[in-house]
Design a protein around this ligand. Structure first.
Ligand code: UT7
Length: 336
């Protein structure tokens, strides 16, 4: 049987900073409690990039170095880097160029892709299309965000939710049927004001006024985002299953964006999918935006077997949302 040329994940890497910010520690910043945060979000702690000389590009480069080290892949063979991030080091230059430099990707070109918490899934699809078209052969897809750079640690509505981290995967072609099979992606611009950092862009360039108005911090209408996240992830999972003739019993794992354990549990319930097959690591890292999904792939890669069917789903600012169906392939194992 001849299979079409698919793009499959052949290596995974990750990085989280050493500094841990626990719920207990947050109790001294704002009026909150470990009990409230745990019961309302499932988060116990998050990682913070506390070294002020480092930024998102450094975390991305660390995740790539971990991937290259674990897989034995030569950085000089990487064709392209797609960096999903909402917190690039600077507005200009693109962070992807810094990452290529820092990770030793000497022949790669690359670019940033901003689709908030859905960024990694969108980037995975773009990277896969480069492989499927036979234009490039080794694509690194990275999700990295330093959310601590845009969080207001005086706002209890948001500061308990987010953390810093980066995850990376390598895409290569497969002919065994493994790899990315399908995506259902959507945007809904009506949601744009429900989750935003409104300052520092072209509408409100940085000024004393934008700083005084706290426009450089993340603002969220939590309830509206919560409701739409459940609807968006559930509906795109259902749509992708229907058009690929899948029922829940045929899916081995769901990897959801990690924003709130209650959102994840509600999606699992609506899909009638058991929670023991839903990957969750939000308790350790909180919401790392574009990094949550690759960090899940990194944390749980030992659980995935060749041929396993994964449903990956995300929802974020924009609104951006969607689901991807892929079959897990064979990872490189380093020859020592
Ligand atoms: O990755 C992008 C997507 N982001 C998300 O998916 C986040 C979606 N939203 C959420 O996860 C939840 O809406 C939150 C965790 C942000 C909030 O949970 P909630 O159950 O929707 O709480 P709420 O906003 O309705 O607030 C309930 C109460 C309020 O107090 P009053 O008005 O009832 O007196 C809040 O002021 O909880 C209060 N509250 C807190 N209390 C202690 C809000 N944040 C905190 C806090 N500690 N950190």
């Amino acid at each position: 049987m001849i299979h079409k040329r698919n793009a499959t994940i052949t290596a995974v890497g990750g990085y989280v900073p050493d500094t841990i910010l626990t719920n207990k520690m947050l109790e001294s910043y704002v009026d909150t409690s470990d009990e409230w945060i745990t019961s309302r979000t499932g988060i116990k702690e998050r990682r913070i990039l506390s070294d002020i000389t480092l930024a998102t590009s450094d975390m991305a480069a660390f995740a790539i170095k971990d991937l290259l080290h674990e897989s034995g892949v030569d950085p000089k063979t990487i064709d392209c880097l797609i960096l999903a991030t909402s917190t690039p080091d600077h507005i200009l230059a693109p962070a992807a160029t810094l990452v290529c430099e820092k990770a030793g990707l000497t022949i790669a070109w690359g670019f940033d892709l901003n689709a908030a918490c859905s960024g990694f899934l969108y980037a995975l699809s773009v990277g896969a299309s480069f492989i499927e078209s036979n234009r490039y052969h080794k694509i690194l897809v990275v999700g990295a965000d330093q959310m601590s750079a845009i969080v207001n640690y005086e706002d209890r509505n948001t500061c308990v939710l987010f953390g810093d981290g980066a995850g990376a995967v390598l895409l290569e072609s497969s002919s065994d049927g493994s790899g990315l099979i399908d995506n259902v992606f959507k945007v809904d611009g009506k949601g744009s004001s429900s989750l935003s950092v409104s300052g520092g862009g072209s509408l409100y360039p940085a000024s004393l006024v934008t700083v005084a108005d706290k426009k450089h911090f993340i603002q969220q209408d939590g309830k509206n985002v919560f409701k739409n996240a459940i609807l968006g992830m559930t509906s795109t999972c259902s749509e992708i299953m229907e058009r690929n003739q899948l029922d829940t019993a045929m899916i081995d794992w769901i990897i959801p964006h990690q924003a709130n354990l209650r959102i994840i549990e509600a999606v699992s319930k609506h899909l009638d999918f058991p929670m023991d097959k839903v990957k969750v690591n939000i308790q350790k890292y909180g919401n790392t935006t574009a990094a949550t999904i690759p960090l899940c792939l990194w944390d749980f890669k030992e659980d995935f077997k060749e041929g396993d069917k994964l449903l990956i789903t995300a929802f974020g600012a924009g609104f951006t949302y969607g689901s991807t169906y892929l079959k897990w392939g064979k990872l490189h194992s380093k020859i020592i």
